[in-house]
Design a protein around this ligand. Sequence first.
Ligand code: FAD
Length: 541
Amino acid sequence: MGIEFSNINRVEKLKNASQNKYDLIIIGGGITGAGIALDASLRGMKVLLLEKKDFASGTSSKSTKLIHGGLRYLKQLEFGLVAETGRERAVAHNNICHLVHPENMLLPIVKNGSFSQFSASIAISVYDRLANVEADQRRKKLSRKDIIETEPLLRKDILKSGILYFEYRTDDARLTIELIKAAKRNGADAFNYAEISGFKYTDDQISGVICHDLIHDMEFEISATHVVSSAGPWVDILRTKDDPQTETNLHLSKGVHLVLKKEDFNIQNSIYFDAFDGRMIFAIPRGESVYIGTTDTTFKGDKDDIRCTIEDANYLLKALNNMFDMPSITLDHIQSTWAGLRPLIQQKGKGTSELSRKDEIFISDSGLISIAGGKLTGFRKMAKRIVDLLEEKTSTKYGECKTKDYQIHKNPFKNYKEYLDWIDKVDSENNDLSRPEVEFLLSTYGKDALKIIDDAQSSDLVESQLMYCINNENVFHPLDFLDRRTGWLFFDIEKVKNHLEKVTKIIAREFSKDETWITSMIKECKNKVDINSLKELKHSN
Ligand code: FAD
């Protein structure tokens, strides 16, 4: 495997980009921009995607990581949204099965809870039907006895029964990077650390962007026929940059997740349970951890510094301790946290939790097209709507959307069974790797894990993963690797602490960076670990 997607020779690549004229420039490398890049490049457009930080560093690494229709939206009568995202679950699984896993979701029915057995059965049956769920994947009712056997930590004094239904779980940041890699394979260009600082106009119509390369502090003007902003929570900032008089439309809602050790909160299934205030919360096992979320509160602060506060953490702990019967979980049990912003569309008179999760497209007088809202799960359909719109606006015909049956990974598994068989095979052939390590490698890199394992013979497993990510996934900053490419910052904080120095030094070696750079990167990463693990908040309590 050679160097396919890296920041090596970056200035030269950016200079080349500035000499090109693109059919489409996409602002923002979250799931929305990544999905658009793949759809447009598959239809034959010449595409450039520009992301101001790392790919997926915005909301697209901070979600609950579910590919789901959203049972709760049925209560808000959002049938269209549930049907679309519900159906997209199976499409996403078929498009990249090592990253979109089937997941049992348990809904406990409790005294005074959101659902009775009757209303839950109706809701999940509507959910299954809207989403065209296969008969063998439909809901199963569990008696009180069954559910106590399956999840003994649930509070027995309020538990009545339960329903097991079917969802999918993903890694949002990896899904985003795999989409961008697939777009690259189809001719797209993409850069992280490339911020749009302004626009170019011809006869008052947008004709390109001014791109600030944050690594080398250089500016490039780049031309395009169309400019689409999929900047998530920052969409209004770019629309105002284009037209200071424009009406802003976003309502930002913060959502927080906490990560606990599985040994402290040992559940077998994902559980969707009632909080104490009428909201519902997910608890989702992942490897040796379980994560819990989310909150939903209006956010008006700095969009580039979103953190879990003591109030957020206490709210989620209270919800947990209210539903599960075990020694109380406290701030000290929290391994890590993450916080993200939902870019929701304003609706007069509605509270944050009631706002629709539907996406919306805004077309400015200059021709700038912006898209915001929506769900991770709906990325493919959102992309299709945008590229269909571009088709309508131009005389060139690019043809039909091709993403529905497209295999996103370069070396895909034929189906989920083949993926599971590979885990057994790689596990049996590699005595020096534990089964959880094999599962992690295959669910993270797909079949490319074999090459990584092979290369580890001459280095070690962390170095071979890092080199793969530098050469094929555009890693530049240690957190690109430790957070977005591996998820260790959330789910394996000890690995981050143990390998931070080594990772930083290897990156410095590859990009010819000096000791000052290494020291400042290590300091920045340690600070991020402290913020995520709530170090100061724990001590001040
Ligand atoms: P983002 O991921 O925020 O991407 C926008 C990007 O634009 C950012 O990376 C940003 O850096 C970049 N950018 C901004 N300004 C510029 C600029 N000037 N130049 C260049 N780049 C720029 N959905 C689900 O389907 N399932 C879930 O389980 C789920 N859970 C969620 C839980 C929470 C707490 C939250 C907050 C959301 C959840 N969602 C979920 C929704 C989903 O995560 C979002 O809809 C989705 O990630 C939004 O992606 P995006 O690409 O539009 O925005």
